[in-house]
Design a protein around this ligand. Structure first.
Ligand code: SF4
Length: 304
């Protein structure tokens, strides 16, 4: 038996013994995705975590995702296997910066992408995901919106909701910013029958040149019902594993060189094993932050 297989078995035994559940984001390494009880986008996983009977949730992803699971399931123990697995995009805005924006635009509603720390969610009126950001901004009862933290998603929202003024924080994801129109044109030339699907965290010119701008969950759904057989994918390369697994008759190509989020790849089988074995690293949040952040997440459903 290979070392990885033996380790995977030890993880599964330990998981059973501790009545734990393993949830993994679509960008995790294939070995982690294959071991997980659920694989999905950050919000799907947090919602799933709420319904699990498990005493312990091991969240294979980055910190803001594990925090979101904790906000929605405050009585469960949530572990993030790698303490340093953060999201640079989520960390582009501080609470002081958001408070200052709120002061500057007192009538604006704050709409935050889920890729934010719990402390930012606690200062937010409504959270959104990349798949529902347009609907949320359209439906909130304010003509003026402070949108944080991703500037590309903010631009996409403003383009689709022209009737509102969207004040956009200038954060971005270093992974999605690497996609470019030159690579897109080359990929199209190489695979002329393929549809181009990109994430709305990509730069605006990439979004405009693509066939569809979709969240990771949106891509998985779209591909399943699409008549086409070939797709060029513009998001973190980890999604290709699930796309291929769920659609054996279809072909998927990375848009240009595969783009990797180093933070997402920090969770190895060894890190997951240690996390389960040593109960590390537990997500703890102040009760006040949990309560306020929970309101902003729950409101999201209200404005769809
Ligand atoms: S891919 Fe981008 S947004 Fe997602 S975790 Fe990595 S840095 Fe953050």
């Amino acid at each position: 038996m290979s070392d990885n297989k033996a380790l995977a078995q030890k993880i599964l035994q330990l998981k059973k013994k501790k009545n734990a559940a393993i949830v993994a984001h679509n960008y995790q390494i294939p070995e982690i995705q294959d071991l997980a009880d659920f694989v999905g986008d950050s919000l799907e996983l947090s919602k799933t975590s709420m319904t699990l009977e498990a005493d312990l949730i091991v969240f294979c992803g980055v910190r803001f995702m594990a925090e979101t699971a904790k906000i929605l399931s405050p009585d469960k123990k949530v572990l993030l296997p790698v303490r340093e697995a953060g999201c640079p995009l989520a960390d582009t805005i501080t609470t002081a910066e958001l408070l200052s924006l709120k002061k500057q635009y007192p009538d604006a509603w704050v709409v935050s992408y889920v890729n934010t720390p719990a402390s930012i969610k606690a200062l937010t009126d409504v959270c959104c995901t990349s798949s529902n950001a347009i609907a949320v901004v359209k439906n909130v009862p304010s003509k003026e919106i402070i949108f944080v933290p991703d500037k590309n998603l903010g631009w996409w929202v403003q383009k689709n909701v022209p009737e509102k003024r969207v004040i956009i924080w200038q954060g971005s994801c270093f992974v999605h910013e690497q996609f470019n129109v030159k690579e897109l044109a080359e990929a199209k030339k190489k695979h002329p029958d393929a549809e181009v699907l990109v994430h709305p965290e990509c730069k605006r010119e990439v979004i405009e040149a693509a066939d569809q701008a979709l969240s990771t969950a949106g891509m998985l759904k779209y591909v399943k019902q699409a008549l086409g057989k070939e797709f060029i994918i513009g998001t973190e390369e980890g999604i290709l594993h699930k796309l291929k697994k769920e659609n054996p008759g279809k072909e998927f190509y990375s848009l240009g060189m595969a783009k990797t989020c180093i933070n997402m790849k920090k969770t190895t089988l060894n890190a997951l094993y240690d996390s389960l074995r040593l109960d590390q690293f537990e997500i703890t949040l102040e009760r006040d932050i949990i309560e306020k952040a929970k309101v902003s997440l729950e409101r999201m459903v209200q404005y769809l």
